[in-house]
Write a protein that binds this ligand. Structure first.
Ligand SMILES: O=c1ccn([C@@H]2O[C@H](COP(=O)(O)O)[C@@H](O)[C@H]2O)c(=O)[nH]1
Length: 233
């Protein structure tokens, strides 16, 4: 089965530019991620348009609420037929367990359920600012353990934490890593970054890549270049 490792983040203000880009891409090379901005503008209909074009969709809404609300939200995502959905691990064990239990009812058709650990835009000082006095690596490891204990499929983390998480949690625990930057790309607001090939070598299962592809002069060429680089590993 084709299992593209690159997930293109469709961070666009509306459906038109998102679909204009998508229509240049190839579902054999990538999956697509719909996040808060595009989903708030264009909703489930946009997700269906992407699926109709043959793409699997990661619905990146990072749910974080009480167990009853969050589990209902991931069920709504499953009804939409998305490939992957996520919650914040800091919502706690009861919240994550409620989501997993709710999705179990979907059997083999359920989306992958993963939990966000520490946003890749955050460094140690940002954690201190919210009262967490450990390093990002330590906090990621702690939240990944909680996520695994709750029976979720994996986590969102930076590729920098991937070697440790693969050691701690084993190879079946899925690592989805944003903060991917080809050598020459601007970091922007990302703090914990890695190149695509280094990320795969570190143990990332899926690379979430937005601006380095979507803002490139030729997005398809940018995607193909990263794909070629990764395939050569
Ligand atoms: O920790 C996280 C969790 C999610 N993201 C999302 O990934 C993409 C990254 O886009 P770039 O343009 O490649 O920076 C974006 O949609 C974020 O919402 C993340 O960056 N870090």
């Amino acid at each position: 089965m084709n299992d593209p490792k690159i997930i293109v983040a469709l961070d666009f203000p509306s459906e038109a530019p998102a679909l204009a880009l998508v229509d240049t891409l190839d579902p054999a090379l990538c999956r697509l991620k719909v996040g808060k901005e595009l989903f708030t503008r264009s909703g489930p209909a946009l997700v269906r348009s992407l699926q109709d074009r043959g793409f699997e969709v990661f619905l990146d809404l990072k749910f974080h609420d009480i167990p009853n609300t969050t589990s209902a939200a991931v069920a709504a995502a499953a009804d939409l037929g998305v490939w992957m959905v996520n919650v914040h691990a800091s919502g706690g064990a009861r919240m994550m367990e409620a989501c997993r239990t709710r999705l179990d009812a979907y059997g083999e058709k359920r989306p992958l359920l993963i939990a966000v650990t520490v946003l890749t835009s955050m460094a140690a000082e940002d954690l201190q600012g919210i009262g967490i006095a450990v390093t990002p690596e330590q906090q990621v490891a702690r939240l990944a353990q909680l996520t695994a204990d709750c029976g979720l499929d994996g986590v969102v983390c930076s590729a920098q934490e991937a070697p440790q998480l693969k050691r701690d949690q084993g190879s079946d625990f899925t690592l989805v890593t944003p903060g991917i930057r080809p050598q020459s790309a601007a970091k922007g607001d990302q703090q914990r970054v890695m190149t695509p090939t280094a990320a795969l070598q570190a143990g990332s299962d899926y690379l979430v890549i937005g601006r380095p592809i979507t803002q490139a002069k030729d997005p398809l060429e940018a995607l193909q270049a990263i794909h070629r680089e990764c395939r050569a590993l």
